[in-house]
Design a protein around this ligand. Structure first.
Ligand code: SF4
Length: 358
């Protein structure tokens, strides 16, 4: 089957055999990418219309006990100025965000032992109390089933945990021996079982990544059926073992966004800050490839530069209000509109409605 037909089959069946994905990923070209983007945009509009959803990102701690080889805030990077936001600062970020129209807040941080389950639950409860119409997303790494259960009971409805790579050998190329691929995948399955709207994802162009690895990533996503998928290009970070490695490319990331949209048609798919970092119009191009979420930063300006997962990260010098004005213009420039909406996954909404009917 030729590659254009493979894309058409993916758009129709929402999956392909392993070899089909490898064929697409090993030989992308401009025509194929344009066809994928066109199918992906059509699919996005079928499920979400013209809307692009925003998530207010609060990077509340850049302290992490882990040492992922690609990460700028890894524990071993001594050049990082470490910070933790106070509860009051976090609540203030959310209050400012709410006034700006955000209805989802993402609490993101390193795996920082200071934030016990009690502290996280208290924060989630306070945020839900202050903004009952908002969704709270956590992105704080690998935890026990008990911890995830407690977060869910406290009111968190979504959890982001990139699977990083579905190839265990590649996982070990990217992480120290203290971290295991098996535990990562198990955490994601637990999150799904507990009813979180779950986000998986990976970097595009990470060191050692092959088309076969990416094909396994797509099949992993198909099996997991996450409600959200975050992908962005690998960008090297100073002070890490991968500081000298080449970055992933814009085109490959855009192509993968389109493939993921066709694989999981109702998925919430961010045009990430990393995409905007490797290309000045990367986020707009992401939307034109099938993305439908943006995640502007609500963290205080004073700490933004300290949360450098990779080099030259954009939007570290603006206030939240400036970010939203800028993003609104960018989204409108590609014919879309920024929604004031929680932006739940449509499959999740339907499942909840069905549950209430029985
Ligand atoms: S990627 Fe996440 S877990 Fe790994 S070092 Fe960075 S913040 Fe910590």
């Amino acid at each position: 089957m030729n590659r254009k037909n493979l894309l058409d089959q993916l758009a129709k069946d929402h999956t392909l055999p392993f070899d089909g994905f490898v064929e697409l990923l090993a030989h992308p070209d401009e025509g194929l990418q344009a066809h994928a983007a066109s199918l992906a945009v059509e699919t996005t509009q079928q499920y979400y219309g013209n809307k692009v959803f925003s998530r207010g990102l609060i990077e509340f701690t850049n302290i992490c006990q882990n040492n992922c080889y690609y990460c700028g805030i890894r524990a071993g990077n001594e050049n990082v100025q470490r910070y933790r936001l106070t509860d009051e600062q976090i609540l203030q970020c959310a209050a400012t965000g709410y006034q700006l129209g955000f209805r989802t807040f993402v609490l993101q941080g390193g795996e920082d032992p200071y934030y016990t389950d009690d502290k996280i639950c208290r924060l989630v409860q306070q945020l839900k109390h202050n903004h009952p119409d908002c969704a709270i997303t956590l992105s704080i790494g690998e935890k026990s089933r008990e911890s995830y259960e407690r977060f869910r009971q406290a009111g968190a409805e979504r959890y982001l945990l990139r699977h990083e790579t579905a190839t265990p050998a590649h996982y070990h190329r990217l992480h120290p021996p203290s971290l295991s691929a098996e535990n990562r995948y198990a955490c994601l399955h637990t999150l799904k079982e507990l009813g979180f709207q779950t986000g998986a994802g990976f970097m595009v162009g990470s060191p050692g990544q092959t088309p076969e690895d990416l094909a396994r990533d797509l099949l992993f996503l198909h099996k997991l059926q996450p409600e959200m998928v975050g992908i962005g290009p690998f960008i090297p970070a100073a002070g890490t073992p991968f500081a000298q490695e080449p970055a992933g490319t814009l085109n490959e990331t855009l192509f993968l966004l389109s493939l993921i949209r066709l694989l999981l048609p109702d998925v919430l798919l961010p045009a990430t800050t990393a995409l905007g970092t490797i290309d000045p119009r990367g986020r707009e191009k992401g939307i034109l490839a099938g993305a439908n979420v943006v995640m502007p930063n609500l963290s205080p300006k004073s700490v933004r530069k300290k949360y450098q997962l990779y080099d030259n990260k954009i939007c570290t010098g603006e206030e939240a209000a400036e970010c939203i004005v800028c993003l609104t213009k960018r989204i409108e420039s590609v014919g879309r509109e920024l929604a004031v909406d929680r932006g739940d996954n449509v499959r999740y909404v339907k499942m909840k409605e069905d549950h209430y009917c029985v």
